[in-house]
Design a protein around this ligand. Sequence first.
Ligand code: IMP
Ligand code: MG
Length: 180
Amino acid sequence: MEQDFARILIPRDRIQARVAEMAEAITKSYGDEAREIVIVAILSGSVIFLADLIRHLPFKMKLGLMTVSRYRGAATSGGETLLKSAVDLPLENRHVLLIDDILDSGGTLRAVCEDLRKQRPADLKLAVLLRKPSKAPKDIIPDFVGFDIEDVFVVGYGLDFNSQYRNWPDIGVLRPELYA
Ligand code: IMP
Ligand code: MG
């Protein structure tokens, strides 16, 4: 697997240190409200981040997982359908923390946030490991961001290309010929 990488963007020890910092910020932000927290994570990209992050959070929580599939109609005018699975937990009056791997164009997170808000949580916060500031829309401002990165396609630490490389502990860029 290592030979498939052109360069490492964020090495594993920097990721681990930053995830611990994020957990500290998240813990502080909830204070005494930490009793009613529901973590909602978007599969599959967030799984590694989720597993590392929540083990640093010292309060009780419920964990809901959701899947989002995107279907782009090739013949339609850029139309995109998002198929979202429901979270199998009550969210009304709960403090909901939504977790995702990366904020790119923001289409996924905008749709998921809209859905979750309909269930009237006490509040909804957003934590993403990565953000591409050059593409992220101005109306989606995560409460917690791990790293702002340049606009390159990255893999590793949960992020995939063709469903592969999620288990690579660093975040990096593949050799260009592999993306072809
Ligand atoms: P968005 O809706 O454009 O923000 O895209 C969100 C989803 O696209 C993320 O949750 C990722 O699964 C995927 N994605 C976006 N950028 C990358 C990348 O650089 N590497 C791997 N997956 C990505
Ligand atoms: Mg993906």
